[in-house]
Design a protein around this ligand. Sequence first.
Ligand SMILES: [Zn+2]
Ligand SMILES: [Zn+2]
Length: 370
Amino acid sequence: MLVSVVILQFFLHSNRTIRVWMKRDSGQYWPSIYHAMPSSCSCMTFNPETRRLLVGMDTGNVFEFILSEDYNKMTPTHTYQAHQGRVTVVLFVLEMEWLLSTGQDKTFTWHCSESGQQLGSYHTSAWVSGLQFDVETRHAFVGDQSGQVTILKLEQDSCSLVTTFKGHTGNVTALCWDPAQRVLFSGSSDHSIIMWDIGGRKGTAIELQGHNDKVQGLCYASHTRQLISCSADGGIVIWNMDVTRQETPEWLDSDSCQKCEQPFFWNFKQMWDSKKIGLRQHHCRKCGQALCGKCSSKRSTIPLMGFEFEVRVCDGCHASITDEDRAPTATFHDSKHAIVYLHYEPTTGCLLTSGTDKVVKLWDMTPVVS
Ligand SMILES: [Zn+2]
Ligand SMILES: [Zn+2]
């Protein structure tokens, strides 16, 4: 198998080299290629079928290489002048022969990888850190630093805006598309992941809370229906997506606690009339009621709502959550380095993490992703 012998590694900023690591008979990985680049690499993608490697650069160019069959040589084939600033994401779509890319110049462009010609471009509201493409319907999902995901319908040389998803309070840092279930996952610097159920056609968006830091990468193992996510603190979470989760309720608005009726601090009239002190408003994560601190003092995990960590719940909801309901629907692992990049290879069951420590770790995921 191709992918079991080749791992591509790049270093951001500090290193201008591309290395191809091959697994040797000894079981150890050694670089077969050590290629010097003219400037810093910012992102890359590899297509195993065509052995095509596309590398986005700080200068805005995208370099295309073909790797030899024995992975001992890489030959430059194209240079795309794609952007005015750093390339943030590159994506290659073999079915269309398209190269999709986004840059710090706030543009999304697509090129024909056969002619090298630019086919079209679209101005994004902020610079993009997540990009996915659905081959069947030709929709591009573009996640940006303002926290929104833009959905574009691409034609050969034009595109139209379909809709935008707004749900994160921080930057979108990663996107992952599952074409079988037609579900889009977005990860954010707000520590959360949102599962946008497009295939379900009901507008369902489920929040997954299992990280204590910025989400840095997302991969979907379609054969086992597990989502793999990682965060800047080194946490790796494997989510069972066979579980049906519920949407979190809208938070209700009230001028007084919906249980004990004590006024909240902005409700001067009731504070005066009843000679009561105004309290801070909190919300129960399960029912969404507006409550005072005393009436929402309990904490619980609610895995079926995506809360793998304990969150604030009211007394009534706390009593209604059974131990069975609290059974985790995800497993938690520590990679012991600050992850910047994540890649999962389903054919080998290998997970690759690359960290700020410039170490690349390979994880055998077969015990947990199966
Ligand atoms: Zn209360
Ligand atoms: Zn409640």
